[in-house]
Design a protein around this ligand. Structure first.
Ligand code: NAD
Length: 489
């Protein structure tokens, strides 16, 4: 395997600007490309977390004391370093996550866009000021929350940490990042580049681990805010635990995204978008097309989708899934649906890549005649699998979408503008689209779903995240002694 980046034997924590050993154990980090042990990652304890929080608290007064304009200078330099190191980070993501290099590269490019958004915060935040009574001024200022945490999943090892770090840190917070223990290496590279960009020690600390350290984060008395991105099961636990401990929390969960295809849809555009959406990053995107509701006579479109799906080949333009367990889970969903009467049109089970037999591969899979009640129709599969449900009626298609517990994304494929709006108005998802397989908002628009795809009030990126990472201070001032004193004196 040609690599640019040699993974460290042990992936350590990053505390107070230095790599740090954890207190106890390590676990193996496997490369899903071929199953070999890429690194070992430390599993931190409460002692490590306390060290990280201590460093963050020590750094907070000076960092939060800078102006926003001063703080974003670090992110201008960081942006340049991301560009300079793009091939290295691409390679790390490829090795630890298993996605193909072009997808890993796209992830870093998105990280650059997120960093640019943070650089523009001084232009975006205009604190309000008004003379509310003769000689009396009210003014709001955005104040950092304090020590904040970001807990991230395996599927975007560079991009999801960059959803939170630039905005939270530029806005004056100090952060504890807990990356996925399955993909911990990209986060360390990001922390090292931020140090190189001039971020003071202690402002960003990375603590590795699993369930225990996440619970310790939710319980830590000095951590004021917790952001989480991962599965719905864990998002619920985190949201309940962090808010029980009176912290602010936004917790993004899993997804089951429905694409509604109408008979008048543009055939090629629909087929290429649907196939790319279900297979990109091996279907391990929270925005991936997972369920397609085919309305009326759309066999000609389904046939083209199958042709497109068959052009996507494991080890070539389709990467691996994250683990052996994930491969088994995905293949079980397919087999169960088949046993219940669904028809597997394109079968990606038992896929292997020559020379990488230890890797975890699932080929693109298209399943027709899935019934809305089946497990594959309701649960998050998180693999390159498209389940097609048939209906004659657009309102029934909308009902199927509305019945999902999730609500991240939904898209409609049609050439009829009023039908497109009809569907967009009625689907229950935070991010909706027309003729687009992955309706992901780009900066400065914010990212966040509805229902069980997001717990908490704010979105995690863009303008909406400013409210999450800051608190408003309302100042009222009066300097002229002759001003009236008879109202709110
Ligand atoms: P996960 O929920 O298993 O893990 C996410 C994080 O939580 C990791 O850092 C992990 O160490 C930690 N964790 C795992 N189990 C825990 C537990 N019981 N208690 C406390 N912490 C725990 O998710 P994953 O498998 O890493 O990522 C895939 C999931 O993330 C999918 O469901 C996907 O849809 C979701 N996701 C959602 C979005 C979104 O924007 N809504 C974005 C990316 C990924």
């Amino acid at each position: 395997m040609s690599t640019i980046f040699e993974a460290p034997a042990i992936t350590k924590n990053f505390i107070n600007g230095e790599l740090a050993n954890g207190q106890t154990d390590t676990i193996d980090v496997l490369s899903p490309l071929d199953g070999h042990v890429l690194s070992k990652v430390v599993i931190s304890t409460k002692v490590d977390l306390d060290e990280a929080v201590k460093a963050a608290k020590a750094a907070f007064p000076a960092w939060s004391g800078l102006t926003l304009k001063e703080r974003v200078q670090v992110f201008f330099r960081f942006r340049t370093l991301l560009e300079k190191n793009i091939e290295t980070i691409t390679d790390i993501v490829h090795q630890e996550n298993g996605k193909i290099k072009s997808e890993a590269r796209a992830e870093v490019l998105k990280g650059i866009e997120l960093t640019e958004f943070a650089c523009s915060l001084p232009q975006m935040i205009n604190d309000e000021i008004q003379e509310v009574s003769k000689g009396v001024e009210c003014r709001t200022t955005h104040v950092p929350v304090g020590i904040v945490a970001s807990i991230t999943p395996f599927n975007f090892p560079a991009m999801v940490p960059l959803w939170t770090i630039p905005n939270a840190v530029a806005l004056g917070n100090c952060m504890i990042l807990k990356p996925s223990e399955q993909t911990p290496i990209s986060a360390i590279k990001i922390a090292e580049l931020l140090k190189e960009a001039g971020l003071p020690d202690g402002v960003l600390n990375v603590v590795h681990g699993n369930k225990q350290i996440v619970e310790d984060i939710c319980d830590h008395p000095d951590i004021e805010a917790v952001s989480f991105v991962g599965s719905t099961k864990v998002a619920k636990l985190i949201y309940q635990r962090a808010t029980f401990n009176l912290k602010r929390c936004v917790a993004l969960g899993g997804a089951k995204n429905h694409l509604i295809v109408l008979p008048d849809a543009h055939v090629d555009m629909t087929a290429t978008n649907v196939a790319a959406s279900m297979s990109g990053c091996a279907g391990q995107r929270c925005m991936a097309a997972s369920a397609m509701v085919a309305v009326g006579k759309v066999d000609h479109i389904i046939q083209r989708i199958c042709e497109e799906a068959q052009k996507i080949k494991v080890g070539d333009n389709l990467g691996s899934v994250i683990s052996g367990e994930a491969k088994e889970r995905i293949e079980n969903y397919i087999t169960e649906a088949e046993n219940q009467g669904a028809k597997v049109l394109v079968d990606g089970r038992n896929a292997t890549v020559a020379g990488k037999e230890g890797g975890f591969y699932v080929g693109t899979t298209v399943i027709d005649y899935v019934k809305p009640g089946m497990k594959i129709a309701t649960e998050e599969v998180f693999g390159p699998v498209l389940s097609i449900m048939r209906t004659e009626d657009i309102d029934e298609a909308i009902r199927i979408e509305n019945n999902s517990n999730y609500g991240n994304a939904s898209s409609v494929f049609t050439q009829n503008g009023s039908l497109a709006n009809y569907v967009m108005d009625r689907v229950s998802a935070g991010m909706v689209g027309v003729n687009i397989g992955v309706p992901v908002p780009r900066e400065p628009f914010s990212f966040g779903g509805w229902n069980e795809s997001r717990f908490g009030v704010n979105d995690i990126t863009g303008k909406s995240s400013i409210h999450f990472w800051t608190k408003l201070k309302k100042r009222t001032t009066k300097w002229n002694p002759e001003a009236r004193t008879n109202w709110m004196s």
